[in-house]
Design a binder for this molecule. Structure first.
Ligand code: SF4
Length: 455
C-alpha cells in the first residue's frame, strides 16, 4: 500500500517497537494543505466555555464561525439553556471596512436585555484579529452599563492551534473565579474540571462523589453556572479530567488560591475506580475510603459478568482511536484490553510530549502513535492495521464508514454516557454492536476482500 505521510510530518508519527527510544514532535502548527482533523483557536475556546449554561456566548465574527460551533459540545444543563443558542454579530464586508465595534455594542445590549444572562463571553474570530476591533474596550463599556461580567475571549482562529483556544478559555474563566462567597463549602469539596457533561456524565460522577461524602462546588466545564464558577476557589481540590482543555485553569487556581489538583479519568473501570480512591486518599478520611471501596465493588459486581459476555465475541479484535486530547487514550487502551481487544493506532489532535510519552509507555509494541493527523494518513493506517473499530468524533466517522469499519463516537457530539461504571457498559455494548454488525460484509471493500479470499 502506498504511504501517504508528508515528509514534513514524519516526525509526528511513531511506531512503537520493542526497544526503540520514543520520539515524537507535537504541539506545533498544522502543516498547510494537509487538511488537519484539528479545529481552530476560536473553536477550542468555544468548546471549553460552551457548557456554562447561564452565560451568553456571542461570537464576534462571520455567521459561519458561529454555525460551525453551534451545539458542538453536547453539554447538558439541568437548568438554563442559554448556551445552546449560537449568537453572532454576523460581520459583513461593510464591517470589515469600517470596523465592527458599534455592531458588537448593539448586539451585546440587545442580547443582555433580552436574555438576562449571568455573564457574557465574547469570542474573537479570525476577521476580528485582522480588522483590529478593540473588543476588550467594548466589553469593559458594556460590563459597566449592564452590571454583569462581560469577558472578551481572545481566540482569533488563525493565531495558533486548538490548544491555544483552550488556554484563552481558561483565562476567561479565571476572571470569574474568586468573585463569589465561599461560606458553607464543605472541607471535603471538589470542582470538576474537564468533564463536559456530555450525555449527563457529570451527573454520574457527581452522584459517585456525593455517595462518598464529597461536595461538588462547581461543574466548571459541565452543567456550568456562573455563580458556581465565582465560588470555585472555595473548593478543597480540583479534579482535572481533560487536562489539555483545563490544566491551565487548574494551575492558575493553584497559583492564585492554593487549590491543589489531581489528574483523573472517569473512563473505563480501572481509571474510574482509581479516581474515587485518589479522592478518598487526598482527604485522608477512612470513612470516605470505605464508602469508595463499597461503591466500586458494588458497581463492578454488577458490571463484570456483562462485560465478560461481550468479550467472548470481541476477543482478538483490533481498535484504532483518534481523539482530541491524548489523556483519554490511556483509559481507552485499558478499556479495550478489558474487552480482549488491542489498540493498534492511537492519535490525538492536541497531545503534549508528556502525554505521548505516557501513551507510548502503555501501548503494545507495533502501535502507531500519531499527532495532528489528516484523513489520508488515518485511512492509510486503518487499512494497514486492518482494524475492526475506529473511535473518534464527527470528522472521523465518515472515514470509518467509507472503509467498512465499525465506529464509536467518543467525542463532543456523543449522545451516550461513556463515563463511570455504567458508561463502561454502554461503551462495551456500543463497541460490540458496531464490530459485530453484519452490515460491514456488504461494503464494497469487504465484498472485494471476500471475493479475493474465495478466488
Ligand atoms: S478559522 Fe477563523 S474563520 Fe474559520 S471558524 Fe475559526 S475563527 Fe472562524
Amino acid at each position: 500500500m502506498a504511504k501517504v505521510v508528508f515528509e514534513e510530518r514524519s516526525d509526528q508519527i511513531f511506531e512503537k517497537g520493542e526497544d526503540r527510544p520514543f520520539r515524537i514532535s507535537c504541539d506545533k502548527q498544522s502543516l498547510a494543505g494537509a487538511v488537519s482533523q484539528r479545529a481552530c483557536v476560536f473553536c477550542g475556546s468555544r468548546v471549553v466555555l460552551y457548557p456554562i449554561a447561564d452565560a451568553l456566548h456571542l461570537i464576534h465574527g462571520p455567521v459561519g464561525c458561529a454555525a460551525y460551533t453551534w451545539d458542538i459540545r453536547g453539554a447538558l444543563s439541568s437548568g438554563p439553556m442559554l448556551h445552546r443558542h449560537s449568537f453572532s454579530t454576523d460581520l459583513q464586508e461593510r464591517d470589515v471596512v469600517f470596523g465592527g465595534e458599534k455592531k458588537l455594542e448593539r448586539a451585546l445590549r440587545e442580547l443582555i436585555a433580552r436574555h438576562r444572562p449571568k455573564a457574557a463571553f465574547v469570542y474573537s474570530t479570525c476577521i476580528v484579529g485582522i480588522i483590529g476591533d478593540d473588543m476588550a474596550a467594548v466589553c469593559r463599556k458594556i460590563e459597566a452599563e449592564a452590571g454583569i461580567p462581560v469577558i472578551p475571549v481572545m481566540s482569533e482562529g488563525f493565531k495558533g492551534n486548538k490548544r491555544a483556544g483552550y488556554a484563552a478559555a481558561c483565562r476567561a474563566m479565571a476572571r470569574l473565579i474568586g468573585q463569589g462567597p465561599t461560606e458553607g463549602i464543605s472541607p471535603h469539596s471538589v470542582n470538576l474540571l474537564g468533564d463536559f457533561n456530555l450525555a449527563g456524565e457529570t451527573w454520574i460522577i457527581k452522584r459517585y462523589l456525593e455517595q462518598m461524602g464529597v461536595e461538588v462546588v462547581a461543574g466548571v466545564t459541565g452543567d456550568g453556572r456562573v455563580a458556581d464558577l465565582m465560588r470555585a476557589h472555595g473548593a478543597a481540590l480540583n479534579l482535572v479530567q481533560c487536562s489539555g482543555a483545563t490544566m491551565e485553569l487548574a494551575r492558575m487556581m493553584q497559583r492564585d488560591y492554593g487549590t491543589p489538583f489531581l489528574r483523573v479519568s472517569y473512563l473505563g473501570v480501572d481509571d474510574m475506580a482509581q479516581a474515587l480512591y485518589d479522592v478518598a486518599d487526598f482527604f485522608g478520611d477512612p470513612l470516605m475510603a470505605a464508602r469508595a471501596q463499597e461503591l466500586v465493588s458494588r458497581e463492578l459486581g454488577a458490571l463484570y459478568p456483562q462485560l465478560m459476555e461481550l468479550r467472548q465475541d470481541l476477543q482478538g479484535k483490533r481498535a484504532a482511536m483518534y481523539v482530541g486530547g491524548a489523556f483519554k487514550a490511556f483509559s481507552l487502551i485499558k478499556a479495550f484490553r478489558l474487552l480482549g481487544m488491542r489498540v493498534v493506532l492511537a492519535g490525538s489532535q492536541t497531545g503534549t510530549e508528556e502525554d505521548y510519552e505516557e501513551l507510548a509507555r502503555v501501548s503494545d509494541p507495533g502501535t502507531i502513535i500519531v499527532d495532528d493527523a489528516n484523513p489520508l494518513e488515518l485511512m492509510n493506517y486503518l487499512l494497514e492495521k486492518d482494524v475492526d473499530v475506529f473511535v473518534g468524533g464527527v470528522k472521523e466517522r465518515p472515514i470509518a464508514y467509507k472503509l467498512g469499519i465499525g465506529f464509536c463516537d467518543h467525542n463532543h457530539e456523543r449522545k451516550l454516557a461513556l463515563e463511570g461504571f455504567e458508561g463502561m457498559l454502554n461503551f462495551a455494548r456500543e463497541i460490540h454492536a458496531t464490530v459485530m454488525s453484519p452490515v460491514w460484509r456488504f461494503t464494497p471493500r469487504r465484498m472485494a476482500l471476500a471475493k479475493e479470499a474465495a478466488a
